[in-house]
Design a protein around this ligand. Structure first.
Ligand SMILES: [Ca+2]
Ligand SMILES: [Ca+2]
Ligand SMILES: [Ca+2]
Length: 494
């Protein structure tokens, strides 16, 4: 892991309540400097014992207080879906630690019981997708589960194996104790076993229960465990449960709507929730908050996070893009093109038809995305990421690129694929010969886009260029192309 992340981990989030998303950057930076200074001081021989032992206000303390704060000026909290699965396997300890280090106040984790009753982190009912084993979690002892290795990212049969193991809930809670909250998804059916783990690990204030169970059932649990943090899930089917809570509403509601006309998406409804509680929304996929998604936010925040926060009252956003959401909350921008770089969308190929602007192996657009009228290029809409899909051997695409200043550029491609190998392509500039084959790495999902180095660098004069990307005919090809990006190397001076 890059060193800047390690240093951020030792620099807690701000202790001041963030007044508005846009002011977070200033607050964060100030506190980061102070906290880093404190960390350094702590390792200096001259520091007094009293200073070293003074009780610290941890990131988890602040997340706990923020979670219970529903005032009008509260900042938006970030929840990391299954942890930072782009850096380590989903629901693994390093994925959880990376999410906290990258600024998440809450990490979502899925809790299941092993055959011998140990709560562990695992999303699916079986271990097949995310490990090198097979079978149901409920049919495996913890010892059997512990022998398995987790696969990278979101897993899948072709995802590489890592050295990481399935964590117990106890291990996860220990890891979270000073760092933040853990959203205990799928834990409700075995909530008493989970509660015992929280008590044993002294992390009652870190564990966030959630359910959409009948209010009487929720009330019984909260009466039994008054210290438990609880969030109630509401959609149009159980919106009335909000009223059933009476004066004893939980500190958060998770609001799920597949259409902006849903009752729970109504601004008046959400405003009422906000008087007593935080409002949690999910931006990972279409249908969780209409079409407001992470990927849509990366194209324009108004298509996602900005509208969820501004119009739909979100004060907690669960995301698959922690760093991008943190950047948005701090600066108001998301998915920006790096300084000096040029980005071309995969679907925005040069004008002209088959054999001129592109070669596609089948007629028409096989995807569900907005292709160009009359063009055969296949375009898909992956939860807001519009990408060329159904990419097959021998196909090629031509792009027009306006280079802002002369210099040397490195080509990166934002791609996705659940396969390994996923495919190979070659790049030619201005009608020249194609270069060496570049490999597309497995991103562990068609919907899991990542910016990858192509290995291609090229000196380009300021002005218009053509770039042709062609897929080797004799290689397996099954990947999606969101965009291409030329980034200046060494400042891009010409
Ligand atoms: Ca086609
Ligand atoms: Ca195709
Ligand atoms: Ca695109």
């Amino acid at each position: 892991m890059p060193s800047h992340k390690i240093s951020r981990r030792s620099c807690p989030a701000p202790s001041i309540t963030r007044p508005s998303p846009r002011r977070r950057l200033a607050v964060r930076l100030t506190v980061t400097v102070t906290a880093c200074a404190m960390t350094l001081a702590g390792t200096t021989p001259g520091t007094s014992a009293a200073e070293r032992e003074a009780p610290k206000d941890t990131a988890a303390d602040r997340a706990y207080r923020d979670f219970l704060d529903h005032g009008p000026d509260i900042g938006v909290m970030t929840a990391a879906h299954r942890g930072q699965w782009r850096e380590a396997p989903e629901n693994s300890l390093p994925a959880m630690l990376a999410a906290f280090a990258d600024g998440a106040e809450i990490v979502e984790a899925d809790v299941r019981l092993t055959k011998d009753g140990i709560p562990v982190l695992m999303h699916d009912a079986t271990v097949d997708r995310t490990t090198d084993g097979t079978g149901r979690v409920a049919d495996l002892t913890y010892a059997q589960l512990r022998a398995l290795r987790l696969r990278e990212g979101l897993g899948g049969r072709q995802a590489a194996l890592t050295g990481h193991r399935v964590p117990t809930l106890a291990q996860a809670m220990e890891a979270a104790r000073t760092r933040g909250l853990v959203n205990l998804d799928q834990a409700w059916p075995h909530r008493e076993a989970v509660w015992r783990v929280l008590e044993k690990t002294r992390t009652v204030r870190n564990g966030l229960f959630k359910s959409r169970a009948p209010v009487t059932e929720v009330r019984a649990f909260r009466t039994r465990h008054p210290g438990a943090l609880y969030m109630h899930l509401v959609d149009d089917a159980n919106a009335a449960s909000v009223t059933e809570f009476g004066d004893d509403r939980p500190p958060a509601f998770e609001v799920v709507f597949d259409d902006v006309r849903d009752v729970v998406a109504d601004t008046a409804f959400v405003r009422r929730l906000r008087t007593t509680s935080r409002v949690w929304v999910n931006s990972m996929r279409y249908g969780l908050a209409a079409r407001y998604t992470d990927e849509a936010s990366l194209i324009a925040p108004a298509r996602g996070w900005a509208t969820l926060i501004g119009r739909h009252g979100a004060s907690i956003v669960q995301t698959d893009n922690v760093e991008a959401l943190e950047t948005y909350l701090a600066t108001g921008a998301a998915g920006a093109v790096p300084p000096g770089a040029v980005r071309v969308q995969g679907e925005d190929h040069a004008p002209g038809g088959e054999g001129v602007a592109y070669h596609d192996t089948d007629a028409g657009n096989r995807g569900d995305g907005p292709g160009r009228p009359g063009a055969d290029v296949d375009v898909c809409d992956h939860d807001g990421a519009v990408a060329v899909c159904w990419m097959r051997g021998s196909e090629w695409l031509t792009y027009t690129v306006d280079v802002p200043r002369s210099g040397r550029y490195a080509l990166k491609v934002r791609v996705s694929s659940p396969y390994a190998p996923a495919g190979t392509y070659r790049v030619a500039f201005d009608g020249g010969a194609p270069g060496a084959a570049a490999r597309v790495a497995n991103t562990t999902g068609h919907h899991a886009f990542a910016l990858q180095d192509s290995g291609v660098t090229r000196s380009l004069e300021r002005g218009r260029h053509t770039l042709r990307l062609s897929l080797d005919a004799d290689a397996y090809q099954n990947w999606n192309l969101d965009h291409l990006q030329l980034e200046p190397v060494g400042g891009g001076r010409g």
